[in-house]
Design a protein around this ligand. Sequence first.
Ligand code: ADP
Ligand code: MG
Length: 445
Amino acid sequence: MLICETKNSWQQFLDFMKKRTSPTEYENWLAPIKVIEEEEDKITLEVPNIFMREYLLDNYKKELSTFLPSKGIDNPSIEFVIKDEEKKAPPTSILPPNLPPKKAVNEVRLNSQYTFENFIEGPSNQFVKSAAIGVAARPGKSFNPLFIHGGVGLGKTHLLHGIGHYSLKHHKKLSVQCITTEAFINDLVNHLRNKSIAKMKKFYRSLDVLLVDDIQFLQNRMNFEEEFCNTFESLINQNKQIVIISDNPPSKLKLSERMIGRMEWGLVAHIGMPELETRVAIIHHKAAMKGFSIPNSVAFYIADHIYHNIRQLEGAINRLSAYARLMNVSISEEVAENVLQEMMEVPDRHKLTVEDILKKVAAVFEVRVSDLKGESRLKNIALARQVAMYLAKELINESLMKIASSFGGKTHSTLLHSWKKITNEIKKNDTLKRQIQMVKRNLNS
Ligand code: ADP
Ligand code: MG
């Protein structure tokens, strides 16, 4: 165990680092840091701005925890004080007197449903949700900027608005602005046209929390990018919170290096598609919000079939509830299957070939394509062959004879026999059913 002598520990750290960093790096990043207090189990450091802290923790965690008090491996016990923070008046009065914070607050058009409470969490989004809550609870004091990226319909805008709601609720005096990148650009264009750009700059630069959706739209828009970057820096330098949403991580965006560098400065968090159980929970939650309930088996059925996009899940729920109400039927797996058929991710029937099916079935059932076309009666091969025939009949719009001939010259009655057998088998054999769903899914990807 490492016993840490706290007295002078910062100096020891500096001595150590001085030999290992360039003079510029040392002068810029380490020398300006001051020790406020050294205690047995904690050291309090004063840093000129939030970046300094991030930089320190990002780059020198190991060294820090070696020399300074620590709470475990690579976990230095440091309390950071941002310089001048205590001297500043509470956020309310940071606002220039001529700025009407009320107006700014009113301009935030947040979707009232997009709250943290309504955001169901699971392993795939837990981290990003807690980062969002952290930022909303202490704007400008935890991760700055917070950069969230992920695919379409996965709740990015929902989380962004969640941050807006939460910070407005808990910090009533803060001016919070939520914008799409398009809106920012439009705003800029209008102000340029009206020669009122100074006013716009003043407005954006006086915000406490700036929430920016869909930054990918800033790509290839050089002029706007620069203005955005300036606004960005001006806010960050005042420890004002920025949250940025994007479809891709910073490094994959076609933006200037300066801009990418800034966006990577804080925390970059990815939001992925929730797992099956979380999708089921989302379905129940969304249905409950609309005042009806969906049997668990149906929720599983939908969640199992729609796995790319939560917005599609919601569409499925809406359609299902409308159908059930209009037709006065209760929601069952069968009803769900019928109603949702066109939404379900079933492969395009025209493009699909028997060869595609053979390949995917072979992969899932761990046999060879040649086995599927051959005559072997080994149980696992025969079953996989029947599944391939079943799927071919289900998914391919051709005559049975033609399909059958693609299976190494089988007859159409063999095909039909296999189809019937598998159709019955699926009803009682869940494993088989799941394997077939997996093949369908693979065909679709
Ligand atoms: P994105 O901005 O990533 O394209 P949205 O934030 O617009 O996606 O989300 C699409 C829909 O999915 C919204 O109605 C949102 O409420 C819902 N949604 C996404 N993720 C979740 C979640 N984890 N819990 C509840 N609803 C979610
Ligand atoms: Mg969005």
